[in-house]
Design a protein. Structure first.
Length: 112
């Protein structure tokens, strides 16, 4: 459950791609605490109090790159989605989803 400690200090080695603008960051990287080894996370000031939401996980680096490109296009192409849903790839987020229910992982779009 605490495999995430092995990710400290080696982000550049694990990074697949990162997008940043004035409103958000979209980051795709290899992880050690997930059911799948790659994931895309979004940090946007209108979701989850500007904290990261892991929106998708992938089995391969190629899938991760494709997923990253998809999320950048999706989040920058006009209107924002009504909510972001955490995919609960890590054991700790899966546990939270199990204990607290589905609402634990859904982050609605907040007013500006």
């Amino acid at each position: 459950m605490f495999n995430f400690f092995s990710m400290m200090g080696n982000y550049e080695d694990r990074k697949v791609e990162r997008f940043d603008n004035e409103d958000m960051s979209i980051d795709t990287a290899e992880v050690t605490d997930g059911q799948k080894p790659y994931e895309t996370a979004i940090k946007h000031f209108r979701y989850n109090n500007n904290r990261w939401v892991v929106v998708e996980s992938y089995a391969t680096k190629e899938e991760a790159q494709e997923g990253h490109n998809k999320w950048v296009e999706f989040m920058t192409s006009g209107s924002l989605p009504e909510y972001l849903r955490d995919c609960c790839n890590s054991e700790i987020s899966e546990l939270g989803d199990t204990i607290c229910g589905e609402g634990f992982s859904i982050f609605p779009l907040q007013e500006e």
